[in-house]
Design a protein around this ligand. Structure first.
Ligand code: APR
Ligand code: PHB
Length: 389
């Protein structure tokens, strides 16, 4: 097989890149390790920055998002009973869209099918060869048979545990990491959300988040120690903890019910750089991870795709390599700013085990300052709705 751009990974990064390239007349083949059903079962975050919303529309996958997604003009940060509303619309003129990443992925698959692009599922043992030459190729196994895919460029969109990043020799890259000493236990429940906007709740009992997928489907999280297992958390225990973290006003509106999904995710900040090795380009979770406080994961993947798709179109169509030469630096400049914001939100809102009394006062003072300073709120809003591409 032969193609112009081989894309490793059929998550949101790989699918959006494939969608934008094919619309511009650049051929791709997507190689995905899992089945489509498995990719579509994963529950991930649900906040789209405005730039992401516009990119999805431009990619021709915005219709269902515009019909079913919920534009949010603000969110709430709280400290015990003190609630601070961040009015995105007033402070920045923009909103965010609450629409699940799972739905974005489903819309992308549908659009790719309609265009007749090639997505190969259930591939095993993907190996990227000759990335530093002008004739790279990818080998993979499908149904027990080894295949070869020749290409001009390779996009590594295969998430944190993929092969693409590891293909780059260790001495050619640098890693930066911060692991946080807690995780998020998340549940999905067919109940009306406790608040009409997202609430990031800091409290003496730890952090909790109120979010939603629609008016009848809530998504909640509570901070848990890394040693906890999902089995340790009955629904009753979850609801009780959630209630103890939320401001009274929000807790009173909480409607409990059975969870339909429950999982624990560790929190980490991670950056690998550079994002390029010869003709191999890294995108999304394959090269950076943010903690979910601030919902930047998917949005950062989308800005990488924004830079890379323009760069690859210029390289393939016009033999102009200035875009691919600049890709890593351009993407990293935005990645590091989102890293800073996600780290700051995480530090501002969570209780760290064994922390001293000073740390708690710093969190409280930050929230108090936000409640009193429009400048501080505007800074948060500007980062939350998404910095320009
Ligand atoms: N070969 C082929 N495919 C692979 C391989 C491999 N060796 N390893 C992983 N994959 C696939 C995974 O099965 C997955 O479907 O690559 C895909 C990567 O998808 P994600 O992990 O979702 O990463 P990405 O597409 O960059 O999405 C960005 O935003 O909200 C965040 O972390 C969240 O997934 C989200 C991310
Ligand atoms: C979610 O809805 O799952 C969600 C919302 C906001 C976040 C993280 C996750 O910061």
């Amino acid at each position: 097989m032969k193609t112009q751009v081989a894309i490793i990974g059929g998550g949101p990064s790989g699918l959006l890149l494939s969608q934008l390239l094919n619309r511009a007349g650049v051929e791709t083949v997507v190689l995905e390790r899992s089945s489509r059903e498995h990719v579509l079962e994963r529950i991930r975050a649900g906040v789209l920055e405005w730039g992401t919303v516009e990119m999805l529309r431009e990619a021709g996958v915005g219709d269902r998002m515009d019909a079913e997604g919920m534009p949010h003009e603000g969110c709430v940060l709280s400290d015990d009973d003190m609630m601070v509303r961040i009015n995105f619309k007033e402070l920045t003129g923009r909103s965010v869209m609450v629409y699940g990443q799972t739905e974005v992925t489903a819309d992308l698959y549908k659009a790719q099918d309609a265009m007749g692009t090639t997505i190969v599922h259930s591939v095993e043992d993907v190996v990227i060869h000759d990335a530093t030459t002008d004739a790279p190729y990818v080998e993979y196994t499908l149904d027990g048979t080894r295949h070869r895919l020749d290409c001009s460029y390779v996009a590594g969109c295969d998430g944190f545990h993929g092969v693409s990043r590891k293909t780059i020799p260790e001495q050619k890259r640098r890693e930066f990491e911060r692991v946080y000493p807690f995780g998020w236990l998340g549940i999905l429940s067919r109940t009306p959300p406790a608040h009409h906007e997202i609430v990031y709740a800091n409290s003496s009992n730890g952090f909790a988040l109120v979010s939603m997928r629609n008016a009848q489907l809530s998504r909640y999280y509570v901070q848990v120690p890394l040693t906890d297992k999902v089995e340790d958390w009955s629904d009753d225990r979850f609801w009780e903890r959630l209630k103890s973290c939320l401001p009274t006003e929000v807790a009173q509106s909480m409607v409990t019910g059975p969870s339909i999904e429950k999982s624990i995710a560790p929190l980490r900040s991670y950056v690998n750089e550079p994002l390029r090795w010869g003709r191999l380009f890294l995108v999304g979770d394959a090269t950076h991870i943010v903690p979910p406080t601030g919902a930047k994961g998917l949005n950062l993947a989308v800005s990488d795709v924004y830079y890379l798709h323009h760069a690859l179109i210029d390289a393939v169509k016009k033999s102009d390599e200035t875009g691919i030469d600049a890709y890593s630096d351009r993407a990293l400049a935005r990645i590091w700013k989102a890293m800073r914001f996600s780290w700051q939100m995480t530090t501002m809102l969570h209780r760290f085990d064994g922390e001293d009394s000073f740390a708690e006062q710093m969190r409280k003072a930050t929230l108090l300052h936000l409640s009193q300073s429009e400048t501080a709120r505007r800074d948060l809003a500007e980062n939350y709705i998404g910095l320009p591409f």
